[in-house]
Design a protein around this ligand. Structure first.
Ligand code: ADP
Ligand code: MG
Length: 621
């Protein structure tokens, strides 16, 4: 709730609307106890007094009635009627929508055709027809306004319900033996409620206007009872001679509707889950850089990550996702980065090209050098030219990285054409060649497939083809085979291996699987809680792991044909990076930890190429 209010007030206009509306609401709630004159007392001698007349701060109307008093009582009535109409329309409309959407089929058809018939009439005409049939009066105006808004809610909520009703959690509720009523109330309703609230907050203003409109025409509130619409209606004949009688209620209607709409928009934004996590601010094109400390000197590696610090600043909390990581690759080399999930591998990889979302991501230190050039804090255009061209990424889930509505060929061509000026025909030829390179059979026909027409392994090959499209120097692969089965994984790994030998590609391969590292990588770096705890040539690290964490990780890999043995799971959980313990982050889970492990900074030590961050490392280093 506090988070909702915070988000709401971050939007200045919504905050303004909320303040104006609260003042109006407070005034109308206090109206009965304010020292006001009777709104209906006429005094023909005091007709059309100007505002600021003593005793009549807003003047009087054509019957000498006090305008301030009529305005407040009228606003009270208009708001009550408008809000009641909105509540009634939302309740009935949503109930209809949920029932139609949930039961579907025939029920849906009958209900929605009825709703369509209502929608076929212009709704002001419909409201007029309803009031004409029921007879003029405020209650009937309320019924008419509610009735003409029911279809709007019914349609909206039905749409949301239809998409929810097919989801797995509804099936699960059915499997659990829940009845329809229970599913609707406990599973569906909480999920559609935000949509109902949003629809209501954006239509309440309309309904107040519609009620005022009916009263203006004399079909709503009946004299002498004042509401905003009837006040306007009565003032109409004196519009030119005594404009203040129309301006006063007119201004009030304007304020109410404007503040409700501004607030409604704000509520919609704050309730939208997609906007909520992104905190309503547009992400920047590159990660924010606030570098402290010295910038490390240039190196001659192809890609060098030097003492990189990347943090997430969420409110007052600081998540140190990457806390001083240094890695380097040469052409044709494959570097493995391994660690449990949450150890900061992806954030490290994304920081290279400034792809960590900001806010909340901030690069607070270090450098990333590509061919000697520092990319941290480089202008957007420099990074854009290198992204996908010189440094390419392969991500874990190819279904979410490929656009579902474009054919894979078009997406490949786009990847090429965004960096090189070549004709569409040439791009297509090149795309076919790329698909052949990644060993997709029938590349000529496969190129016209949509992503959903391909299997997971095929899609991942397309992902690799896309990464290769511009013959990059470095490929950063973030768990590219985690979602695949082992046979496809083996094919993809051998494909990457061939590519780096043939083309001299440098590969940074992120994984949590030592088996994969053993197959593909020349060197490996082990990450834990945002830092490197051990690195060295793959063979050496596998044969003689020096850090207790590395040892435990290797012990977790099951051995085929090794007989049955107990798998050594690592006890405890990875630490939360906004509150790291002093000293070694692994100490709480380590059986060798002593008191000095829990104090001070422990350096990454050793003779190149081996290094380990442990006070009691195994002898190998
Ligand atoms: P992995 O090694 O599994 O790829 P990540 O690099 O994705 O791990 O995440 C590293 C750490 O950064 C995790 O502890 C995660 O909780 C944190 N983190 C990632 N994204 C955010 C974010 N947007 N806000 C706060 N913390 C984040
Ligand atoms: Mg990851």
């Amino acid at each position: 709730m506090t988070q909702f209010l915070k988000l709401l007030f971050r939007n200045r206009l919504a905050g303004f609307g909320a303040v104006v509306l609260s003042v109006i609401l407070l005034l109308v709630l206090l109206t009965p106890i304010l020292p006001l004159q009777n709104p209906d007392t006429t005094a023909t001698a005091d007709r059309f007094l100007k505002p600021f007349t003593p005793g009549h701060p807003l003047g009087t109307d054509h019957l000498g009635r006090d305008l301030l008093s009529r305005l407040l009582w009228g606003t009270r009535l208009s708001l009550a009627v408008g809000i009641s109409a909105a509540l009634i329309a939302a309740t009935i409309g949503s109930a209809i929508g949920i029932v139609a959407g949930y039961f579907g089929g025939r029920t849906d058809n009958v209900i929605m055709r009825g709703v369509d018939m209502l929608m076929a009439f212009p709704y002001i005409l419909l409201a007029l027809a309803i009031v004409a049939a029921l007879g003029p009066g405020l209650m009937n105006a309320l019924i008419a306004v509610a009735a003409v808004n029911v279809p709007f809610f019914a349609r909206n909520i039905r749409g949301v319900t239809v998409s929810l009703a097919g989801r797995e959690f509804i099936d699960a509720a059915r499997l659990a033996g829940m009845g329809h009523a229970r599913i609707i109330l406990t599973e569906l309703l909480p999920n559609v409620l935000p949509v109902i609230v949003i629809a209501m907050s954006t239509t309440v203003g309309w309904m107040i206007l519609e009620t005022a409109g009916l009263s203006f025409l004399g079909l709503g509130s009946q004299p002498p009872q004042a509401d905003l619409g009837s006040m306007l209606g009565e003032a109409r004949s004196a519009l030119i001679t005594h404009p203040h009688t129309s301006v006063v209620p007119g201004l009030m209607i304007f304020l109410i509707v404007m503040s409700i709409n501004l607030l409604g928009d704000g509520v919609r934004d704050a309730l939208d889950p997609r906007l909520r996590s992104g905190a309503l601010s547009r992400p920047r094109a590159t990660t924010l850089v606030e570098r402290q400390g010295e910038i490390p000197p240039a190196s001659d590696d192809l890609l060098a990550i030097q003492d990189l610090h990347t943090q997430f600043h969420v409110g007052k909390r600081i998540y140190r996702a990457v806390g001083g990581v240094s890695l380097a690759v040469k052409p044709g080399e494959c570097l493995g980065v391994i660690g449990e999930s949450g150890s900061g591998k992806s954030v490290t990889a994304l920081s290279v090209m400034g792809l960590v979302a900001s806010p909340p991501g901030v690069i607070t230190g270090g450098a990333v050098r590509f061919q000697g050039e520092d990319l941290v804090g480089a202008p957007y255009e420099t990074l854009r030219q290198k992204r996908g061209d010189r440094v390419a990424y392969i991500f874990q889930d190819p279904l979410s990285t490929l656009h579902p509505l474009y054919r894979v060929g078009e997406q490949l061509a786009e990847a090429i054409q965004s960096h090189h000026k070549i004709s569409s025909k040439d791009a297509r030829t090149r795309a076919i060649a790329l698909l052949k390179d990644v060993r997709i059979p029938n590349a000529e026909s496969r190129i016209d497939n949509y992503p959903h027409e391909m299997s997971g392994g095929m899609r991942q090959r397309v992902g690799i083809a896309m990464a290769l499209a511009n013959e990059p120097d470095v490929i950063i692969a973030d768990e590219p085979t985690t979602a695949l089965d082992v046979t496809v994984q083996a094919q993809i790994l051998s494909l990457l291996d061939d590519l780096r030998r043939d083309r001299g590609l440098a590969i940074v391969f992120i994984t949590h699987d030592f088996g994969v590292v053993a197959q593909l990588c020349d060197r490996v770096a082990v990450m834990y809680a945002g830092r490197i705890v051990e690195e060295g040539p793959t063979g050496a690290v596998l044969d003689a792991p020096a850090h207790p964490y590395t040892k435990r990780l290797i012990a977790c890999v099951p051995e085929l044909g090794g007989g049955r043995r107990e798998l050594a799971a690592i006890p405890g959980l990875p630490p939360v990076v906004d509150d790291l313990p002093p000293g070694c982050a692994f100490a709480p889970r380590c059986d060798k930890a002593r008191d000095d492990c829990r104090a001070g900074d422990i350096p990454l030590d050793g003779t190149a190429p081996r290094a380990v961050r442990c006070l009691y490392a195994e002898e190998a280093v």
